[in-house]
Design a protein around this ligand. Structure first.
Ligand code: GLC
Length: 721
């Protein structure tokens, strides 16, 4: 269908049909849905009419080939012009084969792996009838109190942008029309949702436009540059206006400046939430502000449905705004081939064959091994098969390792840690006890743990947060491990045995009571369906840890927000002429995080030679190269992630003490050395000036090179323009 044909179709639609095309409803509203009629809670109060359903444009969260086919079939019969539905769902880190949460995948620094996880998720989702996924979530995060940091790839704009591109490539492929194994992606949440004050979900976001463009916007832009088809609005305000009614953000920046002409969907109820936000007195005003801002689809509220027609009739809203929105939605349906084949990739037969296949499980296992970060190891790991292990803790035998946004995955099908270890090395030398629940402990549990551990050679603790303690609205004001788990550590410590802690959690934690108490610490995050197998691979050395943190672990909550690319201030702590007191510091704790961005250990060690610059000057035409020789000084092969950071010593605005500019992963055999070369060009030194212009300034810079953002070599150079 050409655009002209789509426009001709729109001309046949009544105003009611056009407005309903902008409505997205959940599955139970639709004939053919197996949950049809189960309209409960807030949905029941919506008062959705049959006509609204008959003419609606898209379905939220309904998956499964049989059900999708049923619903689409019924809809095509009921819809006067036979316009097919779009089926959209949150396929964030896997469909039924669940991959590690995105914050874990972010720690892999592996774009190919990330792309592959999205491609597999799309393959499983598309045979289940899904057309659009509400992913990738690319919100930059700096506050671990926020429940949704698990959904982001971390605190760096450059790395988040690379992952945004990789996820979009994986979900969408290169030909959405003919490649029915792919789904359209929807980048979210536009914009700066991760900057909610206090790390409290849905809370106020307020920052300068410059700060937003420098840190929070790049990853959304990268997703769109990669061809992402949709954008979802954020719940929060941006400069005092909720995103879903923010014309400056949506029309001026997203559509006019960036040229995005795809579909913009509100987050769940976000249009109507302009009322409690306090910028709309009623649903009518909310509808007006959202359509003026350019929101095409209203998710799960009826402001458009109930009020847009009146705005058009009284001349306050030009019908052309509705036509534009409908055209964008129909264009996406056309791009997905739905007018030719409204069932697209849905296939009961292929669901059976593809979903949770062995190949997909293996990919999940590899991804989890590459995403778990070794944070400490005082010569305790890897374990030896003949060691007597006491596996103790609430995550020893738990399927709650899929993490939030894994609603289609099955905890029962997840490989638990105990299972993974026994499958790998047999049960002869492994005993297990729960020791405590996530937030409660009985005397019997503690007693059993002590007995189980008393003749072990090594204790492996499996600890963490229940997955509901993360994710949307899963914010915590105290980010330590639950108290009973700290008590369990203390009790087991009294046995004076080597202790390894494996953490299953959705955020950087305050590791007081953990980090200093154990001899080794492995951050598993929520590792997904094959989590137990992957962690066992790492614990027993079948895989050598390669992951590096993409979000800082604070020394304590009091530091938050703490992130590596911070400004220096006028009184930096530790400066040569710094005073003892009157500098930017805490009296009771360090400024630095416990574990910095880019940090992660391996089972081998690496040494860096002195780094060299090809020149001490960069010009517009002449980049410079930075070389360093890295040697594996340990006794087993391993991968090192060499990282390059830069600092602009005198900007037109203050500049971060470090900014990630490049990274390179190298695999080295014991004793092997390899030269790593980075090229640094003028465009990598550009930033947003106070007038929002994006360019670089002549002046002095420092390059930093090393295996994390803290332990680096410094090299000075100058940009001459
Ligand atoms: C939720 C989330 C959003 C999700 C949407 C649909 O409120 O904020 O990320 O895609 O609703 O489930």
């Amino acid at each position: 269908m050409s655009e002209q044909q789509l426009i001709s179709l729109i001309s046949q639609m009544t105003i009611e049909e056009k407005i309903s095309q902008l409505l997205q409803l959940a599955g139970p509203f639709f004939e053919g849905s197996e949950s049809q009629g189960e309209i409960t809670g807030p949905m029941a109060a919506m008062g959705v009419s049959d006509d609204s359903v008959r003419n609606s444009g898209s379905v939220l969260g309904l998956t499964g080939a049989k059900e999708v086919i049923q619903v689409q079939e019924a809809h095509l019969k009921n819809n006067r012009l036979g316009i097919p539905l779009l089926f959209m769902a949150d396929i964030v880190h896997g469909y039924k084969t669940i991959f590690p949460v995105p914050l874990a995948i972010g720690c892999s620094w592996d774009m190919d792996m990330a792309e592959n996880t999205a491609a597999i998720a799309a393959k499983e989702a598309s045979v289940a009838g899904v057309h659009v996924t509400f992913a990738p979530m690319v919100d930059l995060v700096r506050d671990p109190r926020w429940g949704r940091v698990m959904e982001s790839t971390g605190e760096d704009p450059f790395l988040n942008s690379e992952f945004a591109r990789a996820f979009v490539r994986g979900f969408q492929g290169t030909d959405l029309t003919d490649d029915h194994s792919r789904v359209a992606a929807c980048v979210k949440h536009f914009a700066a949702y991760g900057a909610a004050e206090g790390g409290r979900d849905y809370n106020t976001v307020d920052m300068s436009e410059r700060q937003m463009r420098e840190y929070y916007l790049p990853a959304y832009r990268a997703a769109l540059d990669e061809g992402c088809e949709m954008v979802m609005t954020a719940f929060n305000t941006v400069d005092g206006i909720p995103a879903s009614g923010n014309r400056r953000l949506m029309r001026d920046l997203l559509r006019d400046e960036w040229g995005f002409d795809g579909v913009l969907i509100s987050d769940w109820g976000a249009v109507k939430e302009m009322i409690p936000h306090g910028i709309a007195v009623n649903e009518a005003e909310a509808a007006y502000k959202a359509i003026q801002a350019g929101v095409d689809i209203e998710m799960m509220t009826l402001c458009y449905e109930n009020h847009l027609k009146a705005w058009i009739e009284n001349g306050q809203v030009n019908e052309s705004l509705i036509d534009e929105a409908v055209l964008r939605i129909l264009t996406l349906k056309h791009k997905l081939g739905l007018f030719d084949n409204p069932y697209r990739g849905a296939s009961i037969e292929l669901e059976e064959k593809l979903i949770l296949s062995e190949a997909h499980r293996q990919a999940a296992r590899d991804a989890a091994a590459k995403s778990s970060v070794l944070l400490k190891n005082d010569n305790v790991l890897p374990l030896k098969e003949e060691q007597k292990v006491a596996l103790i803790g609430p995550f020893s035998q738990s399927g709650d390792i899929l993490g939030p946004w894994s609603w289609l995955g099955s905890k029962e099908e997840a490989v638990q840690l105990y299972t993974g270890m026994v499958d790998l090395v047999g049960s002869t030398h492994i005993k297990t006890a729960q020791g405590c629940a996530i937030e409660t402990m009985t005397e019997a549990q503690l007693a059993e743990a002590l007995v189980t551990a008393q003749d072990a050679d090594v204790i492996v603790l499996a600890l963490g947060e229940h997955s509901d303690m993360s994710g949307e609205a899963g914010c915590r004001g105290d980010i330590t491990l639950p108290k009973v788990q700290l008590e369990l550590i203390t009790a087991l410590k009294s046995l004076n045995k080597p202790m390894v802690a494996v953490l299953f959690n959705g955020r950087p934690l305050d590791l007081h009571g953990v980090y200093d108490q154990v001899d080794a610490l492995l951050e598993a995050w929520y590792p997904g369906t094959e989590g137990g197998a992957a962690i066992a691979d790492l614990l027993y050395g079948r895989q050598n840890p390669t992951a590096r943190l993409t979000m800082s672990f604070p020394y304590a909550l009091g530091q938050v927000p703490v992130y590596y690319n911070h400004f220096n201030t006028g009184r930096p702590q530790g400066a040569p002429d710094a005073q003892i007191r009157y500098v930017s510091q805490y009296l009771d704790m360090p400024n630095e995080p416990l574990l910095p961005f880019g940090f992660g250990l391996s089972y081998t060690t690496f040494e860096y030679s002195e780094a060299t610059l090809s020149s001490s000057t960069i010009t517009m035409e002449q980049p410079l190269t930075i070389k360093v020789l890295v040697t594996n000084t340990g006794d087993r092969s391993g991968e090192e992630l060499v990282q390059l950071y830069v600092r602009d010593l005198s900007g037109e605005v203050v500049r971060p003490v470090k900014e990630l500019k490049a990274f390179s992963r190298i695999l080295l055999e014991p004793g092997e050395s390899q030269e790593v070369t980075f090229t640094l060009a003028e465009e990598q030194l550009r930033y947003h000036h106070s007038n929002l212009e994006f360019n670089s300034d002549s002046g002095d810079f420092i390059a930093f090179i090393g295996g994390n953002s803290r332990d680096v070599a410094e090299l000075k150079f100058t940009l001459t323009k």
